[in-house]
Design a protein around this ligand. Structure first.
Ligand code: PMP
Length: 445
């Protein structure tokens, strides 16, 4: 049987309407290099979304390949309770340095959702250990996405992923978040003072003594359509949560490692959260690995003799996998040796310039960008900013059209976005944006 036949017979793909696969079976990829995916039938497709936002330095990046090969031959995996190894220790030092060693404690997990679960559990467990167990609520903002496991879904806002499971989720609190394209106050994200903050301010003030933590995606609400908001919102959120004794969890899983033009998106606001979750780009997109960074204060609340039973007993079999940690160390080496952030800003600006050539199209509501992310939101009416009818699946049709033209542009509803590996060249940017624009015109007229 061919790969495609075996796939069709056995595989249940993630985040997919499997019914769509009748018309469009999964495409078998045989190898990949840089921004290109090479298919079994000889075609190649430009990966404009970094394979779900994980790849940062191109597919099969030589440096990371080498680090993985070397590590695999020396030590692949070892139980991470009572044992350690150089790649994990070195990586923890790199991660801690991201916040000037002010979040010096690193707990590893193996995917983004698992890191979110760890941060939520640590936050609540801290409350138990410090005698405030009634602080057990978690607050998230509208538009939030933090993963698919039940704890992570409980602090997510997107009905598409959450609605069916509501009855089995934790009791959490949704607060109004920023919604800059459709700003209810009619303000502009580049000039405003996050006046919309009053919504969450009220929720936090009213329920402070019951809240353990607020979780937020800094600067970029990726899964909600690459929504970008002002750093002022984050600054205000940090100030208020600190005043009220509420933990701030920054989910840098999508936005971290240069994606928004700074090493961590939180750096745009110059704030120090209580917990930071990282994953995706951490290993350059090679292997699943995540980490939660936290402070000495949090850590100390768990540090006690056995008899006090205060420890964090969470574990995953693959915690601190040596090969994944070696890949992540290679990622830090690449960041350390070249001015990646400057390149990101340059290429990001170029992508934006190319995208802007379709700004006047009647279906283009907004083009927004930050660092190496540019999104085009398509609407039914530019004036009223009314969304397109969901069942028309306009974004999906554009995705399919672009794929047939050689670009993987996986839509989020009717948002078409570019989030390619940082190594994309000028010519590749031109090809990617030309195909996207041609596809939008082909479907939207
Ligand atoms: N948080 C954010 C902000 C994400 O974008 C994602 C994944 N798209 C996750 C958490 C979950 O990560 P994972 O898919 O590795 O579980």
């Amino acid at each position: 049987m061919s790969t495609q036949e075996l796939d069709k017979k056995h595989i249940w793909h993630p985040c997919s309407h499997m019914h769509d696969y009748e018309e469009h079976p999964a495409l078998p990829v045989t190898h990949a290099k840089g921004v290109w995916l090479h298919l079994e039938d000889g075609r190649k497709i430009l990966d404009a979304i970094s394979s779900w936002w994980v790849n940062i330095f191109g597919h099969c990046n030589d440096r990371i390949v080498h680090a993985i090969q070397k590590q695999t031959a020396e030590l692949e995996q070892v139980i991470f309770a009572n044992y350690t190894h150089a790649p994990a220790a070195k990586l923890a030092a790199h991660l801690s340095a991201l916040f000037d060693d002010r979040l010096p404690k690193v707990f590893y997990a193996d995917n983004g959702s698992a890191a979110v679960e760890v941060a939520l559990k640590m936050s609540y467990h801290y409350r138990v250990n410090t005698g405030t167990p009634l602080r057990k609520k978690f607050v998230y903002v509208s538009g939030a996405y933090h993963g698919e496991t039940t704890g992570a879904l409980s602090v997510g806002a997107l009905g598409l992923f959450k609605k069916v499971y509501e009855p089995m989720l934790m009791d959490t609190v949704e607060a109004p978040g920023p919604d800059c394209y459709r700003c209810p106050l009619g303000l502009n994200r580049d000039l405003c003072h996050a006046e919309c903050f009053t919504g969450i301010e009220r929720v936090l003030n009213e329920q402070a003594d019951q809240i353990s933590a607020v979780i937020i995606e800094p600067m970029l609400q990726a899964a909600d359509g690459m929504k970008i908001y002002s750093a002022v919102f984050l600054k205000k959120l940090r100030a208020l949560t600190a005043d009220l004794g509420i933990h701030l969890i920054c989910d840098e899983i999508a936005a971290g490692f240069g994606r928004t033009g700074t090493m961590m998106a939180t750096h745009h606001a110059g704030i120090l959260p209580d917990f930071v979750c990282v994953s995706k780009g951490l290993t350059g997109g090679f292997l699943p690995l995540s980490a939660v960074l936290t402070s000495e204060t949090i850590y100390k609340a768990f540090y006690a003799p056995f008899s006090e039973q205060r420890s964090f007993m969470h574990s995953h079999s693959y915690t601190g996998n040596a090969i994944a940690c070696a890949a992540a160390c290679a990622v830090f080496d690449i960041f350390g040796e070249s001015n990646v952030l400057a390149e990101i800003r340059k290429s990001g600006a170029h992508i934006r310039e190319c995208a802007d050539t379709i700004a006047e199209h009647p279906r283009v509501g907004e083009i927004r960008s930050i660092g190496m992310v540019t999104a085009i939101e398509l609407v039914a009416d530019k004036e009223t900013r009314t969304s397109l009818p969901v069942n028309d699946r306009i974004g999906y049709q554009i995705y399919r059209y672009a794929e047939s033209e050689g670009v993987l542009l996986r839509n989020i509803g009717d948002v078409i976005y570019f989030m390619p590996p940082y190594t994309i060249t000028k010519d590749e940017i031109k090809f990617m944006t030309d195909v996207a624009i041609k596809s939008i015109r082909a479907i939207c007229g």
